[in-house]
Design a protein. Structure first.
Length: 255
């Protein structure tokens, strides 16, 4: 009995240690945005002594990657997962000389950023149109959800998983919201009306695997990094009262 109790206490201690404050995670995403604006990768903080840096799910050099390029950011939004000590940041750059839409997950270990993984989309990637992405993303409402109306982590994750499972199993019941709109690259399935739908254009026979989640109950949101068949992909969801309200996708072609 004592051994079981100690094991249980040990598990609780690990879970407690894994949690981070929202304020610390916000400071980290703020530092990411500042670093990207200045083109100074070492501005991201607090960095662990060893950081795994990836672009398109492949190991890359942080000193020469996208963070080393100063960019004028026109729009951004971040998710902060205090349970997993992880963040997701969407960045939209409409600069005509080189527009980008970037999605970055960061993960902490022992209070410091140990993993930075970015999907960098630009011309030639799936339905890329940074101007269109900016137009629709900036018009959506992803405000914090009142505390007494927030869904649990489990409900938010289940909604995302149901959507992802649908691509390979059309019998899956997805909790579609009404309205619901999907921003896929720069293409939008809605018009901002009460009749918007995002249950259109979903292919079949495609496995979405190797899912890595960042869940933010305050925003009712989850981002999932996915292997979309063979290409790197991000699906970000806004869930309201258990129903999918918005979906944002990024897909790196040939990544």
């Amino acid at each position: 009995m004592l051994r079981l109790t100690l094991a249980a206490l040990g598990l609780l201690a690990v879970q407690a240690a894994a949690q981070c404050s929202r304020e610390d995670l916000i400071a980290a995403t703020d530092s990411l945005l500042a670093a990207q604006t200045e083109g100074k990768p070492d501005g991201v903080a607090p960095l662990a002594d060893t950081v795994a840096y990836l672009e398109a799910f492949k190991t890359a050099n942080i000193k020469t990657g996208i963070l080393s390029h100063p960019l004028k950011i026109d729009f951004n939004r971040s998710l902060h997962d205090t349970t997993q000590c992880a963040t997701y940041t969407e960045i939209i750059v409409t600069d005509r000389t080189h527009p980008y839409v970037i999605g970055t997950q960061m993960r902490f270990a022992n209070g410091k950023i140990a993993n930075i993984s970015s999907l960098v989309t630009d011309q030639g990637d799936w339905l890329f149109n940074a101007t269109g992405t900016y137009y629709w993303a900036s018009r959506e409402n992803w405000d914090p959800i009142p505390e007494d109306q927030r869904d649990s982590r489990e409900v938010i994750k289940a909604a995302a998983d149901a959507y992802a499972d649908l691509f390979n199993n059309k019998t899956v019941q997805v909790p579609w919201g009404h309205p619901c709109a999907r921003l896929e690259g720069g293409s939008y399935t809605g018009s901002g009306s009460a009749n918007d739908r995002c249950d259109v254009g979903v292919p079949n026979g495609v496995k979405l695997t190797n899912r890595r989640y960042v869940i933010d109950e305050t925003l009712g949101s989850v981002d999932v990094f996915i292997d979309f068949a063979t290409v790197p992909d991000s699906h970000e969801f806004r869930v309201e009262k258990g129903k999918i309200r918005y979906v944002h996708t990024l897909t790196v072609m040939g990544g």
